[in-house]
Design a protein around this ligand. Sequence first.
Ligand code: OAD
Length: 232
Amino acid sequence: MDDIRNIVILTGAGISAESGLATFRGPDGLWEGHRVEDVCTPEALARDAALVHRFYDERRAKLAEVGPNAAHEALAALDAQWPGELLIVTQNVDDLHERAGAKRLIHMHGELRSALCAGCGKARRWTDALPPGSVCDGCGRALLRPDIVFFGEMPYEMDVIDEALRRADLFVSVGTSGAVYPAAGFVQTARHVGARTLELNLVPSAGSFYFEESRMGPASMLVPELVSELLG
Ligand code: OAD
């Protein structure tokens, strides 16, 4: 790993599984009989706002019971000590990376502890339940919704992520099934620019064959090992 300067790390629900947060597509991936794809859409919000708010209220409440694990902590240590460029891009809407101390971090799918005005687009920190019908105190007109990128919406900061990928020497994917684009396609951009590509997961992901190297095991073990290798 001596020749590596710029790193992009993509994380998914698997990195938070050992903290006690359910993944989306695991055996416990159904919620009240709904698939995640049926709850996380603008259409679902329009049809049944109470259902969508309840889904995210439960997840926001759960954050108070969990904390970062060894994988989040190792990435925060890497962030603090890595002298080159580093970007952690998480698909997770939990706040475990930042609670571990990570700074160079993008929440591409939004954040549970944030509420977004559907009218003026202003986001604000939100730690309690978000009752449907809550009106934005910024514009005073439109409704607040969970600050989550629903299926069919554009993830956050794609231009920054794309630039980082194009400069990357190493791309690492941790605990994501590779089922959701555009994140699932980052490995292809990284390969295109000649970056080394490494997947860390319990089992091979959907796009496993795109990666030069795959290491199988729990994130709490594999991520600290990788960080030790990188920091020498
Ligand atoms: P998934 O639930 O689709 O996949 C979780 C991945 O984590 C699987 O590949 C598991 O094998 C792996 N995994 C589970 N436990 C692990 C462990 N201890 N160590 C390492 N890997 C482990 O979650 P994501 O890929 O993150 O979008 O899902 C992508 C997006 O789909 C989410 O961001 C969410 C969802 O709809 C939005 O909310 C917008």
